[in-house]
Design a protein around this ligand. Sequence first.
Ligand SMILES: [Cu+2]
Ligand SMILES: [Zn+2]
Length: 180
Amino acid sequence: MTQLRKITVVGLLLMGSAFVLAAAQDEAPAGPQKAVCVLTPTKKNKGVTGVITFTVKKGGVHVAGEIDGLTPGDHGFHVHEFGDLNSPDGMATGGHFNPDKAKHGDVHDKERHVGDLGNITADGSGKAVVNFTDKMLALSGKHSIIGRALIVHAKKDDLVSQPSGDAGGRVAQGVIGIAK
Ligand SMILES: [Cu+2]
Ligand SMILES: [Zn+2]
């Protein structure tokens, strides 16, 4: 093989592998593509119910659904570490899901717990509509929220207080499970 030919062959191989890599990055991550959480009221908050879905999208996870029976206004909304509902006040779900050992923050902050989803806002009838896409949540890998809990709080998350935004008690809880 002449030198020129060798260079051409190596060049073509490099271009080919770059193409394969680019194609692989474009694909959605392997693993579950959709999850669901059915929220049930904690003991002292009989009225709070809801269903939230988590769907893998290009660039993140789309979070959507409705929660009813809330007091009007803002309520802290987090993924907590354990999918354990074996406590009537929601405390068995532990603290905020925080695999990166970060500080508590807002959903839009660079530093935050993976589980920090900010606040949801209930209207005058007590209904909150949830509809956003988040870059940090995942349904597989280190940031996977499958098997963990979703918690709605009595009060607004102030997005600053450590370690959990001073959001008060837990009014609804549910486990995030794989959906069809
Ligand atoms: Cu919380
Ligand atoms: Zn947090």
